[in-house]
Design a protein around this ligand. Structure first.
Ligand code: SF4
Length: 423
């Protein structure tokens, strides 16, 4: 995978706080974060106030409000008990907004019951739609926000213009008095934009987001936020900077997608957030980490700690060689994970590839077929999980489909081959 050699814009930490210190990265439940605690009040940190205010249930995003912290239920949505427990766990950790994946009518039925059973917690729920945009109409009564991915709107009803599909989603959102998120991912960006921009995938991502903003605004719908994500923190920083210059009034949801496991996943995210939030860019955040379900609250704690440190001017010093060596990216998992063995697999990959930690290679481990095939294309070695086995790729080529019990030695062999080819 190509490594991008961009300059990190130097932070003017002096103007924020004289105490520039190195920090631990582990979340701390005792941490009190003015930036996230008092949603509805203004933050003490100098933030852009020119983004418009977007209400998501009881949470207010943008216009200088405190930065809302989000996470996503990783359990299968139809496993109602487990998803209710995820929502409780994330609420207790302090999540402002909790996202749930919905891919089918059965997921919508489950979500209605989940909403009923979590009524006492009154969570602010966002739903993640991927290919089936028409589910917006069914899910809207149970949620406060819908996220759609512009790169996935072409899959269904191929002959229908994208703007008609966006108009459908916007009409549903307006009728149910809920917000939207235009959620662009570099790894699943609109194929038309990729054709136009070639290697400049950041340009493709930014134009896709801009185009969807224009579609919504032409419809008179302004209650939306935008996210531009990638697993490479540099692309997140650059994409959000470019977009923010183009549309300074649109609130931004920040995140490094598929950041991987702690501590590396937290470090990548921290670097991106430090760069952007210190410039006043960003109105809500998610830290995406590959974690066992019962530990998902760490995403919230890590996000809160990063915000607290930025607010206090305590920036992490990043060694110049931080990005050298083996880069393992893995998705944070969600309801779409095909087999829960995914999380253990991601952890095992990290252990068995330790011998190659100095190699300048990327391994991507993804949980499902929705984003797995596309989001592994740029990696040297890619794995994406199916119900009974794992698809192993070398670059964009499929090497084979192997049972979970056989995948580890296959990866090791492929890694050995890849290293010797490179040398
Ligand atoms: S790759 Fe699939 S399982 Fe992983 S977070 Fe993305 S949609 Fe969910």
């Amino acid at each position: 995978m190509e490594r991008y050699k961009w300059n990190i814009k130097r932070l003017d930490t002096q103007s924020l706080n004289k105490d520039h210190v190195l920090l631990g990265l582990v979340g701390n439940a005792e941490v009190d974060t003015p930036m996230s605690k008092s949603n509805g009040s203004t933050s003490p940190f100098s933030r852009r106030k020119d983004t418009r205010l977007v209400k998501v249930g009881k949470i207010e995003i943008g216009s200088g409000r405190s930065i809302a912290i989000q996470s996503m239920a990783a359990t299968k949505t139809q496993n109602i008990e487990a998803t209710v427990n995820q929502i409780k766990l994330l609420t207790e950790a302090g999540a402002d907004i909790i996202r749930v994946a919905v891919d089918s009518k059965a997921d919508v039925v489950a979500l209605a019951e989940i909403r009923r059973r979590t009524g006492d917690l009154n969570p602010t729920i966002s739903v993640d739609l991927q290919e089936n945009y028409r589910l917006a109409a069914e899910v809207a009564p149970y949620v406060d926000k819908i996220r759609y991915n512009p790169g996935h709107l072409h899959h269904h009803e191929k002959s229908k213009p994208i703007k008609d599909k966006v108009a459908f989603i916007a009409k549903v959102a307006a009728a149910h008095n809920i917000a939207l998120r235009i959620g662009v991912n570099c790894g699943s960006v609109d194929p038309q934009k990729l054709l136009k921009f070639g290697d400049d995938d950041i340009g493709a991502m930014v134009e896709s987001a801009d185009e969807h903003c224009a579609m919504l605004e032409n419809l008179g719908f302004t209650r939306y936020v935008v996210s531009l994500k990638d697993s490479d923190w540099r692309k997140v920083v650059e994409g959000n900077r470019r977009f923010s210059e183009m549309r300074p009034n649109v609130p931004l949801h920040l995140g490094v997608t598929e950041a991987g496991m702690p501590p590396e996943g937290i470090i990548k995210t921290r670097i991106a957030f430090e760069q952007l939030i210190s410039e006043g860019i960003g109105d809500t955040i998610r830290v995406s980490l590959t974690l066992p379900f019962e530990d998902k609250g760490q995403e919230i704690l890590a996000g809160r700690e990063i915000l607290r440190d930025i607010a206090a001017g305590r920036f992490r010093s990043v060694p110049p060689n931080f990005d050298e060596g083996l880069n393992i990216i893995s998705c944070p998992s969600c309801s779409r994970v095909e087999n829960e063995a995914f999380i253990e697999l991601a952890q095992d990959i990290k252990v068995i590839t330790k011998f190659a930690e100095k190699e300048d290679l990327t391994i991507a481990v993804m949980g499902c077929r929705v984003n797995g095939p596309g989001e592994t294309d740029d990696a040297d070695i890619g794995l994406w999980c199916g119900p009974t086995g794992v698809n192993l790729k070398k670059g964009e080529e499929l090497v084979g489909h192997f049972p979970y019990t056989e995948i580890i030695p296959r990866v090791k062999t492929l890694l050995d081959e890849t290293i010797s080819e490179k040398s």
